[in-house]
Ligand binder design. Sequence first.
Ligand code: PMP
Length: 611
Amino acid sequence: MRTLFVTGTDTGIGKTRVVAALVRLLSAQGGSIQIVKALETGWGDPNESDARRAWRLAGTSAEAFTLMSFKAPLAPLAAAAAEGRQITLTELEARLDALPDCDWRIIEGAGGLAVPLMADGRDWVDFAKLVEVDPRPVLVVPNRLGAINQARMAHAYARARGLNPLIWLNECAPVDADVAEANFTGLCASGLTPLAVQHHGDLLPDNPSSVVSALTKVYVDSVVRSAAHTVDGVGDRCRAVLADREEDGLRRVLRVTDGRDRLLNLADNDYLELAHDPGVTAAAARAAVEHGTSASASPLITGWHAPHAQLVKTLCEWHGLPHGLLWSSGYAANAAILGVLPQKGDLVLADRLVHHSMVAGLLRSGARLKRYPHLDLAALENELTRAEPGRLVFVVTESVFSMDGDHPDLARMAELKRQFGFFWIVDEAHALGWYGPQGAGLVRAAGVEAGVDVLVGTCGKALASGGAYSLFNDETVRDALVNLAGEFIYSTGLPPMTVAAAEAAVRRIQCLATDQAAWRTQSQAFRAALQADGWDAPNGDSPIVPVKLGAPGTAVALAAALREAGIIAAAVRPPTVPAGTSRLRFSLKRTFGEADSLRVLAVMRAWRARS
Ligand code: PMP
């Protein structure tokens, strides 16, 4: 399901007509469409509701719903207060979740973008973020004198809060041709080239095909840009997308990292410092000599060798699950598992912050994805209670979250599994080594390995190697992936030396794990020191310590200051993390000590004093 959100610069500017136009355009593509009025004030006859009006105007078979309605024709807060009621985003979200499935859901807000819905000032921007509008909201701007100003102000407001709306110029009353022309060129000159221009009385915009292609392509940024500029080729389109990223402080660049001896690397995931461990490198070298430097074929041809089979055996014993597979990367493993096992008609309940690789797989699967608030198992339970009987339900989580370093209560999740009977997938990428008996992770630490259906682990982090694995309690699930997952079938097997390095690393981890308590105490101490200095770092004891800074530019600037001082910490920005939560991500190592902590804090303090 894809969700579009239609908002505007004002009230009474024809949002409902725009919704109807969108329904007409998208229904011509096939698939089911739902019109949802999120909130309506001045509510009288349900047959005259905005959703019904849009439905009539669209003249198609879309379904129409209204989530909340109030009688008084006032702004949302006042209209709710007049009835002694309150609007909460959680309630709007819950009502939205209770609607039936569809291919496209078009949601219309009430009034203008920044009108408050809750007493604390939360507005439609907060709503749009919560319901994960895909890909960008539509901002309706009335095509009249003053449109450029209204569009620029609303767009800047949305942009500052992490949204990048598409402008839809709508002629809600006849407009002078000169004004319309000046509005269009003025918006283009301001970098806000309209996605669509809809004339007074028209049911569709001027440029229906480019609107549809903009809304139906995955890489919407580039497509919209291509509608906005003269594009001669892919190069132009790419430049436009990158310019957008640059403007938002979100452009990523690739750089060479060397100088291992000089730099304190708190950005990579070699938590147990085994990538240069003599035992691990020697095992890799031996395997290269004995088995060659490459598997040279996909596993089902001739790319599965003795070291591969041995590593699977070791991993099964370590984690306590009986069957396993190796993958070329954790990304491939997650994308394959979540792309192949859930299917259309199934329900997948995933923590809101699960890794991109899992979401990528899920989107491919066609299953219905609902994300529950991060770590909120009461919300998960609520979703499980509401799941339709007979639906296959999957629950997906990480055991240590990659960007927040926190973890769910796995024992409680196992209890929920016993109660509701779902298929449980746990990604242990960041828990390995640091937690669990012999470093086997948090699933084993919680003693819930018998309840986990698929456990994913990566070899490129604490296992000091590359690739990944997945373990299963049911062998047929493993066999299905061997038969159906393109990432496994059509990709060269892991190099035997990579596999041997992982094997040696597991053995080392099993010995080193006796020191876990000391590493975790250091993590707690570092967090406490950051907090004492006024930084926004959470409590916890995992190796991942986020320091939230808000704006992307702040994270980049502080990371640069640290690098200057020989310390590498990752500046993590949207879309990797939610808008407004750009951060530094420190990943600690087993030898990280008080001296390192003092060094980092001193640089951060000096940077703060300067900026
Ligand atoms: N799962 C999680 C939780 C991750 O953080 C990552 C990567 N950082 C992956 C999977 C992907 O693993 P890989 O780097 O092996 O592709």
